[in-house]
Design a protein around this ligand. Sequence first.
Ligand SMILES: Nc1ncnc2c1ncn2[C@@H]1O[C@H](COP(=O)(O)OP(=O)(O)O)[C@@H](O)[C@H]1O
Ligand SMILES: [Mg+2]
Length: 232
Amino acid sequence: MESNIVRPDPRLKPTSAKSIMHASSLSHAFDYPLFENVDINIHERESIAVLGVSGSGKSTLLHILATLLKPQHGEVIYDKGFMYEQGDKRLLDIRRNDIGIIFQSHYLFKGFTVQENLEISSLISGQTLDMGLIKKLKIEDTLQQNVSDLSGGQQQRVSIARVMLKKPKLIFADEPTGNLDRQTANDVMDVMLEYVTKHHAGLFIVTHDEKIASRCNSAYRLQDKRLTAVIA
Ligand SMILES: Nc1ncnc2c1ncn2[C@@H]1O[C@H](COP(=O)(O)OP(=O)(O)O)[C@@H](O)[C@H]1O
Ligand SMILES: [Mg+2]
């Protein structure tokens, strides 16, 4: 039985921060209704975790917020506009420039080295390679290795580095620490939380791990088609 107590650290809660993304009355169904009338507001420097059993619709919710799926009902408002009513070109621009998505399975260019994978990201975003970030993710010694030769945890950290090198305004992470040991999972959370604070960005993370969720400003559980706060 999953406990409902996550106890996010209230000291981390940002005060009077600007909203980056606002989603209201989101409903979505596939074979069965996943969620109804869900509201989410992501502020600058805010981290939000969503817990829930497998199949509850966490990834679907993340995809809706991250430009990848138009909700059946409800609105996502980003940069003063309705995200899904501005045309594919604008949606692609938002996805490319403002949003970083970390998936459960990592999409790296197999056959290329870690450095090449990271350089592709820097090239696309026009950002320089940030060695500090690479060191914090403990992948500096893997730069010349082929990504296919890395462990699952190392590949995951490369994919996280790749997303963060884009300097996104919002990071959406779907079970980003799922295949990492506790220590590495915490290191990865350190990097993401520090990034969000420093760059006035927002983090929306889906996780099974209550310890990870408790490190965010707020935690919710997707259950019975609703998003319920699990703040102590
Ligand atoms: N593109 C899709 N087409 C049909 N069913 C889907 C699709 N995406 C997800 N589902 C179904 O919706 C339910 C919720 O999926 P998902 O959002 O991935 O849940 P979670 O991430 O909480 O495990 C699952 O039953 C899944 O099979
Ligand atoms: Mg999922």
